[in-house]
Design a protein around this ligand. Sequence first.
Ligand code: LLH
Ligand code: MG
Length: 384
Amino acid sequence: MKIERVTGTEFTFPTYRSVDSAGHSHPGPETLGRMALLTITTDDGTQGHAFAPPEVIRPYVISSYARKVLIGADPFMREQIWHSLEHWQRGSAGQFTDRALAAIEQALWDLAGRALGQPVYRLLGGYRDKVPAYGSTMCGDELKGGLSTPDEYAAFAEKLVARGYQGIKLHTWMPPVSFAPHPDMDIRACAAVREAVGPNVALMLDGYHNYSRMDALRIGRALEKLEFTWFEEMMNEQSMDSYAWLSAQLDIPVLGPESLGGKHHSRADWVKAGACDILRAGVPGVGGITPTLKVAHLAESFGMDCEVHGNGAANLAVCAAIRNCRWYERGLLHPFLEYDDKPAYLRSLPDPMDENGFVHLSQQPGLGEDIDFDYIEAHTVARY
Ligand code: LLH
Ligand code: MG
């Protein structure tokens, strides 16, 4: 089997999510979102697909990097292909990103699953077919009735527990919110949520991402009293020493790194430096499913958990293929939005959750994204 074609299809879909100046998503008016579908086709007609923002898998990236490496290659030689692509990243002046690399590798896994008639999580080394989800809130906002006060977080948390979530992660207020960052507000929101949901729901905080060491230490000590499960990306992850400093002083597990580059290599350095208690990697962020597995297996070798960052079929497949991950991150959630409504370009949700908070893996071949090709065809704005 050889790869014959690599194509991108950009299409529109209705969305109620908008993005602020710092890249955080919030509810907004209905607009037309844009998405791209990367498709890899082999000489026998087998296809693999991956969704990514159109900027990530834009025409230049497909023609300058993806096609050069993929056309004529055996799609089952993923490791070889991945290393060839990574080699091209070095000289791309930042144009060929880890996210683009991840989309290509994800499509190769989807293709392998479809070719073999197996769901990808089983090819990765299936460990379970359902994963408990934590509800991951959007960042705080200034929308009345939304996530603008500690009490609103508490009211939303009660709704999430009623929906079945056994865990909740708060993303609190971050600039450009006018009063953010605000350590005391963060602590008050965490206390209000704990008070609302009681002692048996796991709670986590993902706050600001840029606190000073001393603010982070103060918040972390408050979270210990509130019996939070972990404390995530509270400081700039480019300062590994700050994380080692914080981890050494807190009892609550410090989790990271999430947004830091460096794929599995930087995660190894964090383990060695004692900069985190729970490791972190997500498929788009570290360049694919395979590097995410490498991070998880690295963590397992050191007796650590690795919590997978982000939602979606690829991250879910990894969660179901490893033992040392407790949760699937389902979100981002907001009182004004209905996460259980599927996006228009899928026929069903990739991460359906039952009333006990378990997300069930699709048993369809491939990554299990139930793609509505007719919808995409009807809303295509560019093909390349
Ligand atoms: O800052 C944000 O908007 C969120 O933190 C976002 O990046 C989210 O993906 C996250 O951190 N999840 O854990
Ligand atoms: Mg996070």
